[in-house]
Design a protein around this ligand. Structure first.
Ligand code: SF4
Length: 404
């Protein structure tokens, strides 16, 4: 598999980010598709518990921590980001300490969540609000929409204004719309670059796969609204364009192109990446990596545009709109098939539970496969069986490609 040089920069950026969190007097916790721009405009450094959950999954420590949360009364069927993160807190340890030489997770002055992705974040973040005795603010946009109306967005704007008031109380600063505009502009520039990075995978062969994407997306999650994120994606984009010019493929001999729906299996990234490479198959696009493209951001209309951007994300849309989006992506990236990861502890980011894979196969003639697993809890992933299913699926796609 071709190396991506920018990963070295990524390591430095992430180290600086985590070490910087310890130095900052004001820290806010936020959900991964929450209103980080408002928080940054008040001078908060922003910490994202989901990013911590992903780290617990990737370092294979999640299962141990989940047991702590289960003992505390959390169901093992609840979002394993939530249970791993709460478990890590209860255990009083985190791999962040050894990775970045920091004491641990930074204490919050304010906690903010947006239920645009799921209701689980409400319980998760309120647990920590009680533990740290700090204000918790929720944004509750209308959910699962077909069309998004002006009235829908006004509801969200109203809630954002309530958040701004709480930020003023916590920081003792007045709201400065000019600073907010600057942050939104930086977020917009970074998200457009991230989009261009993902779109390089339209090239055949693709210079990047889903397994690169889930690592390289860290800055668009945790550093939205900063120069660092923008500069990182500019450099990464240049590197990928150069790979395209030199015909360097992420998967040498790429033959099959696949779309991935659902969460990554953080504890099996390397293993699964190898399986796809060995089978000359590239996962060229995913709902997951596309979740951090906010093409509505507009610094000239900052509050409305961010409210709209965070409401219209894939996970917050109706089945009808999700189907349309999936079909458009499948066409844009010229995929041969779609793999749905039926994520056991995340109902919200799994689109295999209500017949969508069958519908796409039968009505739109795109081959689909469902594999069962989880984002963090690898006890819910039957590795051997799933790899056999994936290899059989790729074989069928290969036959179809050859016949065509
Ligand atoms: S979307 Fe899924 S994985 Fe993410 S916080 Fe909600 S339940 Fe957990």
């Amino acid at each position: 598999m071709a190396e991506i040089e920018s990963v070295k920069d990524l390591k430095v950026i992430m180290k600086n980010y985590f070490q910087g969190l310890e130095q900052k007097p004001l820290v806010a916790w936020c959900t991964s598709v929450g209103p980080a721009e408002i928080l940054r405009s008040f001078g908060f450094e922003v910490f994202f518990p989901e990013n911590h959950g992903a780290l617990l999954g990737a370092t294979k420590t999640a299962e141990t921590y989940i047991n702590y949360a289960v003992k505390k009364g959390y169901s093992p069927h609840v979002c394993s980001y939530t249970t791993a993160d709460i478990g890590s807190y209860l255990a009083g340890s985190t791999p962040l300490s050894s990775h970045y030489q920091i004491k641990g997770v930074p204490k919050p002055n304010l906690i903010v969540y947006n239920t645009n992705q799921c209701r689980e974040v409400q319980d998760w973040f309120n647990f920590f609000g009680e533990e740290f005795k700090c204000p918790v603010v929720g944004i509750y946009p209308p959910r699962h929409l077909d069309d998004i109306t002006k009235e829908d967005i006004q509801q969200v704007v109203f809630q954002m204004k309530r958040l701004i008031k709480v930020c003023e109380q916590v920081t003792g600063k007045k709201w400065d719309e000019e600073v907010f505009k600057e942050v939104v502009k930086l977020s917009k520039e970074a998200t457009f670059l991230w989009q261009e990075v993902l779109k390089t995978a339209r090239h055949k062969p693709s210079p990047i796969t889903f397994f690169d994407g889930v690592i390289l997306m860290a800055p668009i999650v945790v550093l939205r609204g900063t120069q660092e994120a923008k500069l990182f994606y500019q450099k990464l984009l240049n590197e990928l364009k150069e790979k395209i010019n030199n015909n360097i493929a992420a998967v040498p001999g790429e033959k099959i192109r696949i779309f991935w729906d659902g969460m990554p299996l953080w504890g099996r990234l390397r293993k699964l990446s190898d399986v796809f490479v060995e089978n000359r198959s590239a996962i060229v696009a995913s709902t997951y990596c596309n979740s951090w493209i906010f093409d509505e951001f507009d610094e000239n209309n900052p509050l409305e545009s961010t409210s709209l951007a965070y409401t219209k994300i894939f996970i917050n849309r109706s089945e009808k709109i999700k189907t349309q989006m999936l079909l458009e992506w499948a066409k844009e990236y010229e995929v041969n098939g779609i793999i749905f990861h039926d994520t056991k502890t995340c109902f919200n980011n799994s689109n295999a539970k209500f017949g969508l894979p069958q519908k796409i196969k039968e009505k739109y003639n795109i081959p689909t496969l469902v594999i069962e697993g989880d984002l963090c809890d690898m006890r819910l992933f039957s590795e051997g069986q799933s790899i056999t299913k994936i290899e059989t699926f790729i074989e069928q796609l290969s036959e179809y490609v050859t016949v065509k």
